[in-house]
Ligand binder design. Sequence first.
Ligand code: PEP
Length: 248
Amino acid sequence: MRKPIIAGNWKMNNTKAEAKVLIQELIPLVKNAESDVVICVPYTVIETAAALTKGTNIKVGAENVAWADKGAFTGEVSAQMLKEVGAEYVIIGHSERRQYFGETDDSVNKRTVQALKNGFTPIICVGETLDEREGGVTEQVCKRQIIGAYAGISASDAEKTVVAYEPVWAIGTGRTATSGQAQETISYIRGVLKELYGKTAEKVRIQYGGSMNPSNVSELMAQPDIDGGLIGGASLKAADFSKVVNYK
Ligand code: PEP
């Protein structure tokens, strides 16, 4: 009932020239995908990516969005600017943004509100650090992040969002959560969304992210609450990303 969504997060990788090569290689490899396919790319690459993927089944996303419409926000990029160059999705609250750039549950909420107001599909990232998992507070952390991200957001808007559960200790480390761990926490997150939105929670797609790759994708995707993946490292090679996309 929920269409799977596989999204690449290129992070700070690929110039326009490099992006062109990767996207041209990727297009034929994912053209028969049964999942939604998204590539979230650096700001400087969005326009190129949108032009190259026009008329294909690949959608383009940004890796962040400003919470304000315009003005004195040095270094930020507005929703209108992103729309103009062809982005339709946006990653919000990635753990690298939280860890290195001071994103908080409040800034994640404000960016999410702005993304929804401008017709984007936000991919809202949540997840615990290793210390938090070992300290037994994974659920508390995810609950706080979800409640914070969705503050003031209506059920009809929540339905349009995607959540990415990304245990921080699994991102870029080669250490994947077991399918059981991922399912357990994602089902817990869906429960929190149920407390907030009732039945609408069944419609929200929740991805797993954290070293997802061609060899573990099938087992992760077989879990009942895992509706897709947010893929970092493995999205930088067309062969790997397409194998994740075509996981069946
Ligand atoms: C990510 O950046 O969201 C991510 C999951 O990275 P990786 O797949 O490299 O762990």
